[in-house]
Design a binder for this molecule. Structure first.
Ligand SMILES: NC(=O)c1ccc[n+]([C@@H]2O[C@H](COP(=O)([O-])OP(=O)(O)OC[C@H]3O[C@@H](n4cnc5c(N)ncnc54)[C@H](OP(=O)(O)O)[C@@H]3O)[C@@H](O)[C@H]2O)c1
Length: 250
């Protein structure tokens, strides 16, 4: 699973799951574009870059709002100038509005759709001309297929991303592979830290694996999908949830 001489962009890699993915791809040899949105997370993004440079990887840190088409275009032109190509795109950046249906306003829908659904399409459109053979991995969540309280808008966006994953896997074949990784609740992330302790404990009780997934569990599967060993996997959404979605009455 050697990724030397590949250039990977991981969106939202200043922290959380994106950070773990950037580090995992870097450990396997890829040069990494670390991306974040806010000025306040620049230092975190730079710390990820520093860790990767200490492994001998080349890095580039870019700040861009994936909901803004001109910012996305700028990000890819910076990548083209720096590396001249892109081999791997991991669409990990996300932003949610957690509200029940009756409290979801137009602006919330627009935000969730722009940051999550339109953004991955924009990123893919800009990435494809930079790829000769390439891999795209979209990060989704169990909310794409299961009920979670206040998760309706983001769940719909994640379901749309899984649908687009299938479409783009066919449209961009054979040279570009597109898959998704669908996570259950992931420990050591902002989202899991928002969860009350008793809810987290209940989730662990219901999880056949006996623990929550960690960012590294997601990152290892993303790295596998990016490798040549996954050549025949196309358009799939791989669930990494320790088995919790299997149970009805567990
Ligand atoms: N956490 C979980 O339990 C869980 C479970 C299943 C799936 N997932 C999925 O895994 C992915 C990562 O989750 P996470 O919990 O690690 O996320 P996180 O800690 O909330 O980090 C989100 C990342 O996305 C970036 N971002 C947010 N809005 C952006 C925008 N408009 N433009 C560009 N970048 C933006 C953030 O940049 P800044 O740092 O600059 O703000 C940050 O790097 C998401 O797709 C999420 O839906 C998470």
């Amino acid at each position: 699973m050697d990724l030397h001489n590949r250039v990977a962009l991981v969106t939202g890699s200043s922290r959380g799951i994106g950070r773990a993915i950037a580090l995992e791809l870097g450990r396997r040899g890829a040069d990494i574009v670390i991306h974040h949105r806010r000025n306040s997370t620049r230092a975190q993004a730079e710390a990820v870059a520093q860790e990767l440079r200490s492994l001998g990887r080349r890095t580039l840190v870019i700040k861009a709002d994936v909901a803004d088409p001109s910012d996305v275009a700028r990000m890819f032109s910076v990548i083209q100038s720096a590396f001249g190509k892109l081999d791997i795109l991991v669409n990990n950046a996300a932003s949610a509005v957690f509200r029940p249906l009756l409290q979801l306003e137009e602006k919330h829908w627009e935000h969730v759709w722009d940051v999550n659904v339109r953004a991955i399409t924009l990123c893919i459109k800009h990435a494809v001309p930079l790829m000769s053979r390439g891999v795209i991995v979209n990060i989704t969540s169990l909310g794409s297929m299961r009920y979670l309280p206040n998760y309706g808008a983001l769940g719909a966006a994640k379901a749309a991303i899984e649908s687009l994953t299938r479409s783009y896997a066919v449209e961009l074949a054979p040279a570009i592979r597109v898959n998704a990784v669908c996570g259950g609740l992931v420990d050591e992330t902002g989202f899991s830290e928002m969860m009350p302790l008793d809810v987290k404990e209940r989730v662990i009780q219901l999880t056949p694996a006996g623990r929550l997934a960690k960012p590294e569990d997601i990152a290892k599967v993303v790295a596998f999908l990016c490798s040549d060993d996954a050549e025949m996997i196309r358009g799939q959404s791989i669930i990494i949830d320790g088995g919790i979605a299997l149970g009805l009455l567990t």
